[in-house]
Write a protein that binds this ligand. Structure first.
Ligand code: COA
Length: 449
């Protein structure tokens, strides 16, 4: 893989928009507008045969008229013009093309796609797409796409084979409070594929977790090999697992979506963690981007409510997490921070009387104890406690234990105050969920990893 070409493609220092337009509503306008309004600091060159300037940037009739070097070009001209534009971009020495244009292999026009790939190869230019929304990078303030805004900042990178889904996930990052540094629409994968992306993101300092929405691999064997070598967690939502779904994927991106079982075993060989659905992709991405992997077998559940404790215990079994009673010495210590009618076994029920101090003491002790490999902290909103106070006590307890390599997941069940407290936890690096089942599922992802 040519690292500098992919760096130029995904984290460019300068961008041309070939097919830039001054007409609002056109994709060539939206891309220009996005580059400008999202605050991209690199050079922007609109390319248009007649316009002298677009959105305040001097325009050029061809990339060949630009004197300075250009890293990436976003292509928004109709399909029939893409071959000649690719040739010009190759001659200019542009490292990567972000080809938004549709009308290639996804509609059976394979010859046109092969032609642009052959031209690009001649010059060593890499192609992202065609048939994509574009690419985004928060750390570069780069929105080289027609998605309306950059995602909520975070440490994950999303690679999506569906453009529309990428735009929807982009918007959902703000309501779900799961941030991403990069979002990359990969479309037809005529050249750059998922294996290239994993290789690149594995070295990218701003990415701590790689999230995939996949309909099908193009080169499965190579993808498995690079995924297996990756140092970062990879979580994938594979669609097209039903017979009808596979047919739909074929007409969407031209991918061969295969049997669920084949993908499942390929993922497990590759060390790729699967997400069950979109909701689960968010949940698992959050945990894998914020917490270290679980390195042992012992999980301790702390709770102030018997009900959520039982729900958590059921979920542990459902996700294959063996729950054992804590050893005597651990139980003895925990008993100091609960009333007589509490339970120090596992789940540890601090009872509804638990306030900030008991949460702090028990989290701090358990997270620091050698028997505990991972901690799941559950909380039910009560009239006697302030969720934000509990959130801060949990974070304090974790920080003061000094065990940064031990995972923690949290669930608060309650209303608006609990939601705010969970947002605060997530902003401070602790994944928090609205249901105990989700906190256990997140821990299961860290266990699988
Ligand atoms: N170099 C640079 N610009 C050129 C050009 C060239 N050689 N030839 C034409 N242009 C300009 C046009 O003049 C036009 O600018 P203008 O508005 O100033 O006239 C601009 O490029 C765009 O061309 P236009 O013919 O108006 O195309 P369009 O905007 O209607 O459609 C696409 C172009 C790419 C958006 C469309 O073909 C397409 O593929 N749409 C689907 C995109 C999509 O959904 N992708 C997948 C998402 S999952």
């Amino acid at each position: 893989m040519d690292k500098s070409a992919l760096q130029g493609l995904l984290r460019p220092k300068s961008v041309a928009v070939v097919g830039a337009s001054a007409t609002p509503g056109k994709i060539g306008f939206t891309v220009m507008d996005n580059l400008k309004k999202c605050g991209y600091a690199g050079k922007i060159y609109p390319i248009n045969p007649t316009a002298p300037e677009i959105l305040g940037f001097k325009a050029y009739a061809s990339v060949l008229d630009v004197e300075d070097p250009i890293d990436a070009a976003v292509i928004t001209v109709p399909a029939k013009l893409v071959p000649s534009v690719t040739e010009e971009c190759g001659k200019k020495g542009i490292k990567g093309l972000i080809i938004i244009t549709s009308g290639f292999s996804e509609v059976g026009n394979r010859a046109l796609e092969d032609e642009i790939v052959a031209t690009a190869k001649k010059y060593g230019t890499r192609i992202l797409g065609p048939n994509i929304v574009g690419t985004m990078s928060n750390s570069d303030k780069l929105n080289a796409s027609f998605a309306p805004f950059l995602p909520l900042p975070g440490k994950s990178a999303l690679i999506s084979q569906s453009g529309a889904l990428l735009i929807a996930i982009d918007a959902a990052t703000y309501t779900r409070r799961v941030g991403f540094d990069k979002m990359i629409s990969i479309g037809n994968m005529s050249d750059v594929d998922i294996a290239d992306m994993i290789t690149f993101l594995n070295e990218d300092p701003e990415t701590s977790c790689i999230s995939l929405y996949i309909e099908g691999f193009k080169d499965g064997r190579r993808t498995i090999e690079v995924a297996r070598k990756a140092k970062k967690p990879i979580v994938a939502l594979k669609s097209g697992v039903s017979a009808h779904g596979a047919a739909a994927a074929a007409s969407h991106t031209g991918s061969l979506a295969g049997a669920a079982k084949i993908y499942k075993s390929a993922f497990s060989q590759a060390g790729i963690i699967q997400a069950e659905d979109l909701d689960n992709l968010f949940d698992r991405t959050l945990a894998l981007s914020q917490q270290p992997p679980l390195k042992g077998e012992n999980i301790l559940i702390l709770t102030n409510g018997g009900g959520v404790g039982v729900l958590g215990t059921d979920a542990a079994e459902k996700y294959g997490i063996p729950l054992k009673f804590a050893p005597e010495d651990v139980q003895e210590e925990l008993k100091k921070h609960m009333p007589d009618f509490g339970s120090a076994k596992n789940p540890v029920d601090l009872t509804g009387m638990a306030g900030n101090d008991w949460y702090f003491e028990t989290v701090n002790f358990s997270h620091g104890h050698k028997w505990v490999d991972g901690l799941v902290v559950l909380y039910c909103e009560t009239a006697m406690t302030d969720p934000m106070g509990i959130a801060k006590a949990i974070k304090d307890g974790v920080d003061k234990s000094g065990k940064a390599d031990k995972p923690v997941t949290v669930s608060f069940v309650g209303g608006e105050r609990s939601e705010k407290a969970m947002h605060w936890l997530v902003e401070n690096g602790i994944p928090a969920y609205a249901a105990p089942d989700k906190a256990l599922n997140a821990m299961a992802a860290l266990r699988e990893y």
